[in-house]
Design a protein around this ligand. Structure first.
Ligand SMILES: C[S@@+](CC[C@H](N)C(=O)[O-])C[C@H]1O[C@@H](n2cnc3c(N)ncnc32)[C@H](O)[C@@H]1O
Length: 273
């Protein structure tokens, strides 16, 4: 049985494993993904921000602390939102990104950290995000890198049977079925974790098709001193774990100041916590 992202984080067995991973900071988030995403973010002073798949809200609270006028953190998981500490500048909304509707022209910045690879309709979501942005507003997000989502990333390293170049061991990262876009299931704390594989070109072209201008493409790698401290990070120099894209709604788009990014009245979305 496949478990979609909107249900996954409320699965008690998955949640326990994921929470342990984040609390022990043993994953790559803190060392690689969070700093790289932060470097892509614009000055948020006075900005209206939406964080899609906000989880426990750490990024949302950080952006509010950095001067954003308001941050709306959206997540489907009650368990994740229950971990989200209140902050005067942050509102949390339990909603599914597949159907989320926000006020057009209401956001200066839409961010998303490692959530969009759970969404089936990427193109549709990006098209909706483009309408939520004010002219000049930005979308900045990270996903698991397509080099990792093409096959089951838990089975990514395979034995090549001979030592590699540059002193590498005999493992290589296997990429296969890259052009076969669509759902993938893997075992990650539980069986049947459902994610969506898309090519880099599809992720970029989805932004362009939504009328956004591409600003940056980032595949973060650790600094040499980080690799000295944590030798396992050397693998991040051999294949990319994360892809980050930043895009902007052109400034000349018709202005419509819809106020802060509240859910549309007709969307039927649950109430803001
Ligand atoms: C890997 S976690 C990242 C959480 C947070 N952004 C962070 O970086 O700590 C992915 C988050 O996306 C949320 N998510 C997955 N699919 C979703 C969907 N369809 N709608 C809303 N949230 C979703 C999950 O509940 C989870 O909190």
């Amino acid at each position: 049985m496949a478990i979609p992202g909107r249900e996954l984080y409320d699965d008690p067995r998955f949640f326990a494993g994921y929470r342990r991973l984040r609390e022990t900071r043993s994953g790559l988030n803190e060392v690689l993904e969070i700093p790289a995403l932060a470097r892509l973010l614009p000055d948020v002073s006075g900005a209206s921000v939406v964080d899609l798949g906000c989880g426990a809200g750490a990024l949302a609270r950080r952006l509010a602390g950095a001067g954003a006028a308001h941050v709306l953190g959206v997540d489907a998981s009650a368990r994740m939102l229950a971990l989200a500490r209140p902050h005067p500048g942050v509102g949390y909304l339990r909603a599914d990104l597949e159907t989320l509707a926000l006020r057009p022209g209401s956001a200066d910045l839409v961010v998303s950290s490692l959530a969009l690879h759970y969404v089936a309709d990427y193109t549709g979501l990006v098209a909706r995000i483009a309408t939520w942005l004010r002219p000049g507003g930005r979308l900045v997000f990270s996903v698991e890198h397509p080099v990792c989502t093409a096959r089951d990333p838990m089975a990514g390293w395979v034995r090549a049977g001979r030592a590699g170049d540059a002193g590498h061991d005999d493992r290589v990262w296997a990429v296969d079925d890259y052009a076969d876009e669509g759902p993938r299931t893997q075992t990650w704390f539980v069986d049947g974790v459902l994610k969506y594989h898309r090519r880099v070109s599809t992720l970029v072209n989805g932004l362009l098709a939504a009328g956004l201008a591409l600003l940056a493409v980032v595949e973060p790698v650790p600094d040499p001193d980080e690799v000295d401290r944590r030798p396992d990070l050397a693998d991040e120099l051999r294949r990319p774990s994360f892809l980050m894209l930043a895009a902007q709604r052109p400034r000349h788009a018709a202005a419509s100041d819809g106020g802060p990014p509240a859910p549309r009245q007709d969307s039927g979305t649950p109430s803001v916590r």
